[in-house]
Design a protein around this ligand. Sequence first.
Ligand code: ZN
Length: 79
Amino acid sequence: MIKLEFEIAVFLYLLLTIFGFFGLWFLFSKIEVPRQRKMDLESIWQCSICTYIYVDSKHKKLSVCPRCGSYNDREGGGH
Ligand SMILES: [Zn+2]
């Protein structure tokens, strides 16, 4: 009986360790997700000609619309 309780205790300890690890991993992954979304928002472009919304993470200041091929600049809007 004592041995069985010891095994259960070890099993519970391992279970808690695994759950703790997954809990930490879940927390860290939850923290990283908004950062990635924020980065994605910066790479989202809206064409000023055809209002097509697309993602271009390679370019930051100037991007070419894949739909109509016109150039869009980030500082644009001040006509
Ligand atoms: Zn366009």
